[in-house]
Design a protein around this ligand. Sequence first.
Ligand SMILES: [Zn+2]
Length: 476
Amino acid sequence: MNALVRLLLVVALAWGCATNPATGRRQLMLMSEAEEIQVGRKSDAEIRQQMGLYDDPDLQAYVRAVGTKLATASHRPDLPWTFAVVDEPAVNAFAVPGGFIYITRGILPFLRDEAELAGVLGHEVGHVDARHSAEAYSRQLGAGVGLAIAGVLAPSTQPIQGVAGAGLGVLFLRYGREAELESDRLGVGYAASQGWDPHGVPGMLSTLARLDAASGSSRGVPNWALTHPPAADRVARVQEAVAAAPISSGLTNASTLDRHLDGLVFGDSREKGIVRGSEFLHPVLRFAVRFPEGWQVSNGETQVSARRDGQGNSVMLLELVQGTGPVRQVASDQMTKAGWRETDGEAARINGLDAYVGTYQGTIENTAVTLHAAHVRAGTQTYVIAGVAPSQEFAASAGLFEASIRSFRTLTQAEADRIQPSRVDFRVARGGDTWESLARDLGRGIISASSLAIMNGRDASVSPRTGERLRVVVGG
Ligand SMILES: [Zn+2]
């Protein structure tokens, strides 16, 4: 059990009941405000370490300034409000108790203006103000789910933790429909009282509802749409609050937001590895693996996986392995612990690196499965790259697995330096430009045509107008 869970277990014993100043509801409070802050600070440290903050001091200061103004308008202005942009490509925002609010870099290019940014941050401030976040934490604790943040494929400066915990999922709890509506209304109130156009709340809700729940979700960080009830009806429900907002509030500051979006990393970042076609490249850890041609590669929270499109039970996995002993020993320890039985194996060299290549048998859901893996030592890290298939189907994929395993290689510093992420840019539309052509030629398939249209507040069926200024994604 990690320290945070232990802390929460202690905190959970302190039952109480209080009237919430934001909602007027009497709530069963499992945490005092001091405990809320204590839990928040602890989570904040873990989030900063595990997700990482996006490295752009100007952007961080901008988001902090917008958030702080909103928090001033909340019913709990004295909380240690903290606003940060986390280095995640998923489209989301979340809050932990005590006033710690995070927004992903992935959501930012889909916000039309500063009023929508204030809408998202205001919504999250609402969750803390109304103590939804504290309630959700307490509920989650009651369900006995651990809060350990799962290990990530990250440089060795970040300790790799066990994957048994609930991962970051705890940060993306469903608060429930009423709580979401309440936060929407509170967000409108804060934004309007600070001069922003309250239409930013329904505006961001409709945009986020248009984004496919699956697109941009990665590394175990779900998209907003997966953690929030359908937004269409929320847009209607929040209109009353918008109509009641002071007429004087109309600030949108669209160009200020645009200025901060210029050059923003889109999709995978160098620090967490980049998928290019069927290849996974990690310019910071300096290695690359080529998965079978045409397989879909996904860069997950604890592992990179690859699957043949459509059907088939064959999967390839790439993970960091703990252990610093001889690579043969590390392989044997890991596989035995995971319940695999080695049927064949030998020491090997893969592109100049020490490795141990083995074949293993196991059972998953009553099906006999065969796994072919290489444990590879590169620098101080050990990686495992494996292909798994039901034993009956293994022969059909064995050649592909072997080729991928043998493709593991280190990158030279020069190669690593050339690997750059995709970024948000601006472009004046020319005659003949379509969302498809812009997504393909500039975005190199990193962004879909429909997402690009949504990013511009437009419908994908209507082409950009010649001469209009567009947000685009430029491939790395
Ligand atoms: Zn919410």
